[in-house]
Structure formats: C-alpha cells, structure tokens
Ligand binder design. Structure first.
Ligand code: HEM
Length: 449
C-alpha cells in the first residue's frame, strides 16, 4: 500500500533545482511563523500589563506565580542589565536611508488604540528595517532582498541635518524646549549614562566611549557627563546625541506619571513648556486627544505602572501637516502665541505643501531610577514623495476617510482633505493602471511599514 508516499521517497524524487526553488517558500513560512510568534508574545505581555491595579503594583515573574509588590512612587533599583547592543559593522550614517514608516491602515473604521508592540533591545536607538525584504519576496530575487534589507536604518543620513537643527533649537529656544525637575535628575542622568553605553556599542564607527562620557567622531563633539555640576541640563546633552526627542515620566505616590524632564525639539504640534510637570492624563486631555478617557486612560495608567525594565515597547503614529517646518508647524500659529489651533491654518493649500509626519515612539523603564523614558523619532516627508511607493496613496486615502469626526478634528482634516484625497485617489488610480495587484499587499506589508 504505497498510496501515501513517505517523506524519504518524496525528498528523493525532488531534484536539486526543486529544492532550490523551495527555499523562498520555506523562508516565507519561517518569516510568517516568527511574525506570528512575536504577535502572540506582544499580546501576551500586553494582557499581563493592562489589568487593573489599585494602590500597588504587582510585577509578576513566571506567569504570576512569583509576585512582588511595591507602593506607587517607590522604586527599588532593579538588577536588570540591558543586553549589550550588537555593533552595526556594515552601517554608514551617510548611506542609511530613513526607515519608511507608513503606520496607517485601510478603513472603513479607524479605532483609537494604544497600538503598542514589543521592542528588541537593538532597536532602541537604531534599527534595520525588514520591510523591504517582505516587499520583494514576490520577485524571488535574493540579491534584491539582501540589498533592501540593509538599506533603511536608524541612525540615518538625516543625522547631521537633525543634529544641527536640534542644536539650533537648544540655543535659540533654551528652556522653552528642554528641562529637568529636581525629582527627575537621577533619571535624566541615568538616561545620559545609558546613551553613553548604548551608542558606542551600537555605532562603534561613530561614537566612542571615553573615561568621562562619550565622543562623536562625525560631529567632533565630546561630552563629559561626570563633571558636577553638569555643564548643561542632562536632557539637552542627551538630545544632542540622537535624532529623537526625549521625555522622562516619573511615578509619584498617587500612582500617576508626570512629565518631569524632557528635550522636545521637533514636536511640530505641541510645546514642552505647556506640558512640563503635567500628569499623563492632563497631557492628553489638554491636547484633546480623541477618546482618551474612554479608550486610553485606564489602559495607559496600568501599562505605565506595570512596565518592567526588561520589556521595552514601541508605537507609531502619523499626521498630515500643511507646511514644511519639521520643528514647529507654523500653520497652526506661531510657536510663541498663547494658544495654537488648526483653526488658523489655511484651507486647501496646493498638494506640494502637504507633508507626511510620522513618529516612532519607544517606552522603557530605566532599572536604577525607575523612571520611564519616552523617545520620539519624527520622520517628515513631502506627500508627493511617499505616493511613489506601491499601495501608499490608496491606503492613506482609505485611512483618512476612516477617521471619525473627533479624530478628523484633532488631525485638522478639513484643512487639507479635499485637495489631498483627490490627489491620493489620482495617484492610486495611476498605480492600478500600471498593474498594482491589490490582493498582494497583505502578503508583502508588515505594520507599521
Ligand atoms: C502608552 C503610551 C502612550 C500612548 C498609547 C499615547 C497615546 C497618544 C495618542 C493616541 C495621541 C494622539 C496622537 C497619536 O495618535 O499619537 C497622543 C498624543 C500625545 N501624547 Fe501620548 N501616548 C503615550 C505616551 C505619551 C507620553 C509618555 C507622553 C509624554 C510626553 C505623551 C505625550 C503626548 C502629547 C504631548 C500628545 C499630543 C497632545 C496634543 O496634541 O497636545 N504621550 N498620545
């Protein structure tokens, strides 16, 4: 009875060419498996961290069998040590393109969620993008996959532009855009020390650790972080090292997290001084973040209280801006005016004035001080550039149409929707005419890219 061929006979009937052809299929299966495992791991961690907590925080190890409790606002230094970052041996700041985050989804409904996923340690300030690898699987071209694999990285070829812009902001705007409350000083210094460890590990060709801090071979800067008093606010120094804006959240005895240190230099739509000292809830309600109280507040509170040093997280967002200023969107008013609002923005500007702004945010608790560090890397590109990517115009148009009234108000939709949607529809149609396969997108795209 040889109806069912054994694995052995099946394999022996395959030629070498067949086996080689199987490699892309097997690679795809492995990628999908890894992706699903990661998704499961993230949702498991989130389920663990989003339960309710009253008066104290349970941090559980071994699936909740071993529990330790702490009072809000009290932190016992953790013994956790971040795994050493892998050096980017083949990395070059001049040739690394910014990672093309496209964190928008097809409609019909846009749901407000925390949108968190877990982060690999090597991704904290520095990531290789796998997106292009998925994009080109269909073409069966390993060479192309490989080259795309190393193309999009952070830190990237925008570093010097961001660096000089950030230094200028620090010089021109001073403490309007950075600062550290005494309560957060230990956390800010721990962050600076952590950057002085991490960056030379990850980017040894650009950063060198020195006996007193760090030096940057690209800019020629050297920072002494052991001097006391420090020559400048530690958050300003931290901000000069990387492309990201930084915020430090400190838990107080009421269990709430307060913005007590930060360097917010390129936020576009909000100002550090407006939010400095505020608890997380007020930061969001004062900005009218849609559905904050109904959909986000409770989950975020529990997430922050339970965040462990060993479990860093990521999230992405996106906005449309109708001027080309990365640091501050002057369409919503002058950066120094009393109040700012989308009401002041001009309506229906030509599409050349439409910019796609996207933030990649990371959250991690520092083990010694227990503060939560929030990093915000802003990517900023003309809409007329991103529409050249397959699927992007169609998907972005669908996402914008899916916003409810509250989200639309928050994102200023009425100021640009008419012009932008017409343009996106036209670009989408051009892609379809050129042979875009709509069915294929889910196979080759991985959120948030
Ligand atoms: C779990 C972490 C967090 C979540 C889920 C979250 C969620 C959100 C959401 C949904 C928005 C609307 C824009 C968007 O889609 O991103 C927003 C805006 C904002 N968030 Fe958060 N956030 C988090 C952490 C933080 C932290 C730590 C800060 C501290 C600085 C912060 C400051 C802000 C500010 C300033 C805005 C803009 C508010 C405005 O328009 O005035 N967020 N956040």
């Amino acid at each position: 009875m040889a109806l069912k061929p054994s694995l052995e006979s099946l394999l022996s009937s395959l030629s070498l060419v067949d086996l080689v052809r199987l490699v892309p299929v097997l690679s795809l299966c492995i990628c999908i498996l890894v992706f699903m495992l990661k998704k499961w791991q993230t949702s498991y961690r989130l389920t663990q961290s989003l339960g309710s907590a009253e008066g104290e925080v349970s941090s559980s190890k071994m699936h909740g069998r071993e529990k330790t409790k702490r009072k809000w606002g009290e932190w016992k230094p953790s013994s956790f040590k971040r795994p050493a970052a892998c050096p980017y041996s083949d990395w070059d700041v001049h040739s690394s393109n910014p990672i093309p985050y496209r964190p928008f989804r097809y409609g019909p409904t846009y749901s407000v969620t925390m949108g968190l996923r877990s982060m690999e340690w090597d991704e904290w300030i520095g990531k290789k993008s796998y997106a292009r690898l998925f994009r080109h699987l269909e073409r069966d071209t390993f060479v192309l996959m490989f080259f795309e694999f190393i193309l999009n990285e952070e830190l990237d070829n925008q570093y010097l532009k961001y660096h000089s812009g950030r230094n200028r902001r620090i010089a021109e705007r001073g403490e309007k855009c950075f600062g550290t409350a005494p309560e957060a000083m230990d956390g800010a210094i721990e962050l600076l020390e952590e950057l002085c460890e991490y960056l030379p590990e990850r980017y040894p060709t650009m950063f060198q650790k020195t006996p007193t801090g760090i030096s940057n071979a690209l800019t020629g800067e050297t920072f002494d972080i052991t001097q006391r008093p420090l020559p400048e606010d530690p958050m300003a120094t931290a901000a000069r090292l990387i492309q990201d804006d930084l915020a430090i959240m400190v838990e107080r005895a009421d269990g709430e997290y307060y913005l007590l240190a930060g360097a917010i230099l390129l936020a576009g739509f909000w100002r550090f001084r407006d939010k400095f000292g505020m608890p997380l809830s007020e930061i969001h309600t004062s900005g009218n973040v849609p559905q904050y109280q109904e959909k986000l507040q409770r989950g975020m509170r529990n997430f922050f209280r339970r965040l462990k040093p060993e479990e860093p997280m990521l999230r992405n967002n996106y906005f449309i801006q109708v001027d080309d200023n990365l640091a501050w969107s002057h369409s919503i008013g002058s950066e120094d005016s009393e109040t700012v609002s989308w009401n002041t923005a001009a309506k229906n500007k030509a599409v050349e004035h439409h910019f796609f702004r996207s933030e990649r945010q990371s959250l991690r608790r520092l083990p010694r001080s227990g503060v939560v560090v929030f990093t915000i890397r802003t990517y900023f590109e003309p809409v007329t550039e991103i529409v050249k990517e397959p699927y992007v115009p169609g998907r972005l148009a669908s996402a914008i149409r899916s916003w409810g009234d509250d989200v639309s108000r928050y994102k200023g939709r009425e100021k640009y929707a008419e012009v932008l949607l017409e343009y996106l529809d036209q670009k989408h149609e051009e892609q379809v005419q050129a042979g875009l396969d709509i069915e294929e997108e889910d196979l080759i795209r991985k959120y948030p890219l």
